[in-house]
Design a protein around this ligand. Structure first.
Ligand SMILES: Nc1ncnc2c1ncn2[C@@H]1O[C@H](COP(=O)(O)OP(=O)(O)O)[C@@H](O)[C@H]1O
Ligand SMILES: [Mg+2]
Length: 239
């Protein structure tokens, strides 16, 4: 249930011929005492609409920093990030907030669910920001059905397993029908069986909804679930 409404929207507003995402010579440097640390040293890549891409690299290589920048949560020191051909690094806070709410879903390693809300309320929450079609409660239920949690609507996060919590977080990221879902180590806190289940679900959702998935991981086995990997070592793209 809910699959058709989702597939009809993902990427629908994008301009034909543009990439879902284009990073152009992105750098990030931060002051560290009197020194400066260069975290990202000139990263360029493109991701097509509907692709499932892994950003891989050892811990500390700059994956989370890069994800924060492509999700518009952080700004690069230099360089551009185009989403559907539009440079988000030039946007005002208000424009950016609207792009984040309508086009991007985010999933974190630590799930980041609101502990006092039920699974259904957590998934509904993003629908009360910005404009969205349909009844939030119906949409949240349909999304939880899609991730196999239709029977856990009224459970709070501490009444769910790690794998279930991560599936709620994925439902929450998808409920606004974003064209792109960005995940930072989404299986990092899961055991292998639950991690595999989440990855299998991402692959199913990708083929059913046409959503673009970008997932950062330090685990080569997780990267294998993706269609393509972009490898980062020490703030640079490595072959
Ligand atoms: N706010 C910060 N201040 C100083 N150093 C940082 C900050 N954020 C990240 N770093 C450093 O940047 C490097 C890349 O970090 P990160 O993007 O978290 O890598 P990854 O996600 O690949 O493990 C690390 O060496 C980290 O210590
Ligand atoms: Mg990280």
């Amino acid at each position: 249930m809910g699959t058709e409404t989702i597939s009809s929207r993902a990427g629908a507003e994008s301009v034909r011929g543009t990439y879902a995402l284009e990073a152009i010579d992105v750098t990030k440097s931060l002051p560290l005492g009197r020194e400066r640390i260069d975290i990202l040293k000139g990263i360029s890549f493109t991701i097509n609409h509907g692709e499932f891409v892994a950003i891989v690299g050892p811990s500390g290589s700059g994956k989370s920093t890069l994800l924060g920048i492509i999700a518009g949560l952080d700004v690069p020191s230099t360089g551009k990030v185009l989403i559907d051909g539009v440079d988000i690094t030039k946007m005002s806070e208000g424009q950016l907030a609207s792009v984040r709410n309508s086009k991007i879903g985010m999933v974190y390693q630590a799930f980041n669910l609101i502990p006092t809300l039920t699974a259904q309320e957590n998934v509904e929450a993003p629908l009360y920001v910005g404009k969205h079609d349909g009844r939030p409660s119906e949409r949240a239920k349909a999304m939880l059905d899609l991730v196999g949690l239709g029977h856990r609507l009224r459970n709070r996060p501490n009444q769910l397993s790690g794998g279930e919590q991560q599936r709620v977080a994925i439902a929450r990221a998808l409920v606004t029908r974003p064209a792109m879902v960005i995940m930072d180590e989404p299986t990092g806190n899961l055991d292998k069986a639950n991690g595999d289940r989440v990855l299998e679900m991402i692959r199913d959702l990708q083929s059913q909804t046409g959503t673009t998935f970008i997932i950062a991981t330090h685990d080569p086995n997780v990267a294998q679930a993706a269609q393509r990997s972009i490898r980062i070592v020490d703030g640079r793209i490595a072959i």
